[in-house]
Design a protein around this ligand. Structure first.
Ligand code: E4P
Length: 220
């Protein structure tokens, strides 16, 4: 399973890339709006795409099919690794089909059911993004959705990759792994939480204390 970073922050991205684990980036209009940068959105995206050579998802924010398509075509010429993110709506899926026929990679976002994922796969989506955290916030079951999507994709031979999104904690990452998601996109904080376990910290402290009470390996 690949790890993508869900961010529009250059600072976060730089630090996360230094782990050697980040293979792509997802953004959304809310993440971009939260950035307090003197750069334009275009400038910010160009910098993200320069730092990360893997897929960088950029979401259209138009409602109508024609305007969505025009925006997507403008976005895709910004960098060769741009993936266009479209919503799981009739218009979004029509745009997905057209963009895919033009060779553009598409991430269909805001997926909350297996039936929706099926439509995204039939429209030829490169990625479909089930929103685990938001589904659970409204009483649904994230891992069940991921499992249903995995068996549906495998049973019918769809090549659409399952990109687990709206990940809020390491448990969601473990569930994405158990369900066989192709990618998990996570916030900066969750990426670093993956390293942490109280017993690792406790063990480390104990080893450090013990090593101070022993004679050095090399005598001077
Ligand atoms: C994914 O592509 C989305 O940007 C993201 O995962 C949404 O997460 P949220 O529900 O925490 O906002």
């Amino acid at each position: 399973m690949k790890i993508f970073l869900d961010t529009a922050s250059i600072q976060e991205l730089r630090q996360a890339i230094s782990t050697g684990f980040v293979e792509g980036v997802t953004t959304n209009p809310s993440l971009l709006a939260r950035q307090k940068s003197d750069k334009t959105v275009e400038g910010l995206l160009l910098e993200i795409c320069k730092l990360q050579s893997g897929p960088v998802s950029l979401e259209v924010d138009e409602d109508r099919e024609e305007s969505m398509l025009a925006q997507a075509r403008w976005f895709r010429q910004l960098a060769s690794n741009i993936v266009i993110k479209v919503p799981l709506t009739p218009e979004g899926l029509n745009v997905c089909r057209i963009l895919r026929s033009e060779g553009t990679e598409v991430n269909v976002t805001l997926c909350f059911s297996c039936a929706q994922g099926f439509l995204a796969a039939k429209a030829g989506a490169t990625f479909v993004s089930p929103f685990i955290g938001r589904l659970e916030d409204s009483g649904g079951c994230g891992i069940e959705l991921l499992r249903d999507l995995r068996s549906m994709m495998d049973h019918y031979g769809f090549s659409t990759q399952i990109l687990a999104a709206s990940i809020r904690n390491p448990r969601h990452v473990a569930e994405a792994l158990q369900a066989g998601a192709d990618v998990a996109t996570m916030p900066f904080s969750v990426l670093f939480q993956l390293y942490a376990h109280p017993l690792t910290q406790q063990g480390l402290m104990l080893f450090r204390q013990d090593s101070q009470t022993k004679a050095p390996f090399v005598s001077s």
